[in-house]
Design a protein around this ligand. Structure first.
Ligand SMILES: *Cc1c(COP(=O)(O)O)cnc(C)c1O
Length: 410
């Protein structure tokens, strides 16, 4: 077959390669049909409807590059859903964070402040850029960055002349950080805020949507998030210049010249058209996903909150969580079993659950990082368990609840 450089898809080559793939890939999850008796997962990806058609249309169009009309349409739809005017779609949420750190000019030796209770990706790119990380504790009312602790720590850092280059609050498990309070204390010292909202698309806080009010925010479209494109992320802002320079850096920092002129080096962080087609369809399901995740949370509360020693992630009066994950706290002395015993019992019953994020200040990778407090986060890690939170039949969720009830004292 002649080698073709045009972006057109050769239909026969396409079906031939799919046939070959079918011999090596298990296309179905073992429990994809016949859900009864199947394993219940923490946050499995779900189809929204229309993905197949969108994929087919995109493949046939020949627009497969990480540029062109499909990612553009995705960015515009994402702007609508997130409430941000400027959106850059990226190959992952971590890539979006990396570009965010770059456009905020984080340099070796700079301080970056983040809550300790988060996924490693919040700070990993900054570490790789040579920044020094300081972890702060979370507030027990929201499990997100404590604004009072931040205010005092910033005042102290200002006195010592070592203000952070950026503060990165995290919207945890679908719950927004108290961004108004955080931005107002950071504004006082001229420190920009980048919100890691990877887990909180669809959440609101004080009448605004996740990340709104921050200089930059990032989201993830990874397979376990509330909506997914099978991978991908976004960096968003109300500042067109920040997004324009992130876009430039994310596409290898090519200057406008036919020979590709480079004034600096960038990254290959573009969002594939193929994934953008899936993401476009998924975005339409966001509202119903939030409603269904909140209903899952409510059913856990109804089925478990009467047990001694059991409580749930609080929702502060100023925010509405997407309840991306339902998180339960176990006081082992009152309940009669600890978090690990519950997790193992669920696992044996074919149910996936996961401890709350291990605070980053307790991770060996961050032995030399700075730390302010951390006791609240450490306690949440010890007692907190994330329960299956995707779409489940009431019967499946009752199975989860039953396993936990059987472990209760008495
Ligand atoms: C998922 C996640 C990310 C990273 O997103 P990817 O798309 O997986 O790179 C970053 N921060 C937090 C808090 C996350 O949960």
């Amino acid at each position: 077959m002649a080698l073709r450089l045009s972006p057109c898809v050769d239909a026969s080559a396409e079906s031939a390669s799919v046939l070959a793939l079918q011999n090596v890939l298990p296309f179905r999850r073992p429990d994809a049909d016949g859900r009864r008796g199947g394993r219940i997962h923490l946050s499995p990806p779900e189809l929204a409807g229309g993905e197949m058609e969108a994929l087919e249309e995109t493949l046939r169009s020949g627009w497969l590059a990480p540029a062109g009309p499909v990612p553009k349409a995705f960015e515009s739809a994402f702007g609508h859903v997130s409430g941000f005017e400027h959106v850059l779609a990226t190959s992952s949420g971590t890539a979006a964070l990396h570009l965010g750190y770059r456009v905020l000019d984080v340099a070796p030796g700079d301080e970056v402040w983040a809550p300790t209770l988060t996924f490693v990706a919040t700070v990993a790119p900054a570490v790789q850029m040579g920044a020094r990380i300081t972890f702060l504790d979370v507030a027990s009312e929201s499990w997100t960055l404590d604004p009072d602790m931040l205010r005092d720590a910033l005042a102290q850092a200002a006195r010592e002349g070592r203000l952070p280059r950026v503060v990165v609050p995290v919207d945890l498990y679908g719950q927004c950080a108290d961004l108004d309070a955080i931005v107002s204390v950071c504004d006082r010292w001229g420190v920009p805020v980048m919100s890691d909202s990877a887990e909180a698309l669809g959440a609101t806080s004080r009448g605004r949507r996740a990340g709104q009010g921050a200089r930059l925010a990032c989201f993830s479209l990874n397979g376990n998030k509330i909506i997914t494109a099978g991978g991908g992320g976004t960096l968003v802002s109300d500042d067109p210049e920040l997004i324009a320079s992130a876009r430039h850096l994310g596409m290898q920092a090519k200057e406008a010249a036919p020979h590709y002129q480079h004034e600096t080096t960038g990254y290959s962080y573009g969002f594939s058209s193929v994934l953008a087609a899936v993401g476009l369809m998924q975005l339409r399901a966001l509202e119903s996903r939030v409603a269904s995740r909140r209903a899952v949370f409510d059913r856990y509360v109804a089925g478990l909150a009467d047990l001694p020693g059991i409580s749930f992630m609080p929702e502060p009066s100023w925010g509405q969580s997407s309840r991306w994950l339902s998180v339960m706290l176990i006081d082992s002395r009152r309940f009669g079993a600890d978090r690990e015993m519950v997790r193992r019992a669920l696992d044996e019953a074919g149910i996936e659950s996961r401890p709350v994020w291990k605070p980053l200040h307790l991770q060996p990778a961050f032995r030399s990082a700075g730390r302010i407090g951390g006791g609240v986060a450490a306690g949440l890690f010890e007692r907190g368990l994330c329960l299956p939170s995707g779409s489940m039949s009431p019967a499946e969720q009752s199975r989860v609840i039953e396993v936990i009830r059987r472990l209760a004292r008495g």
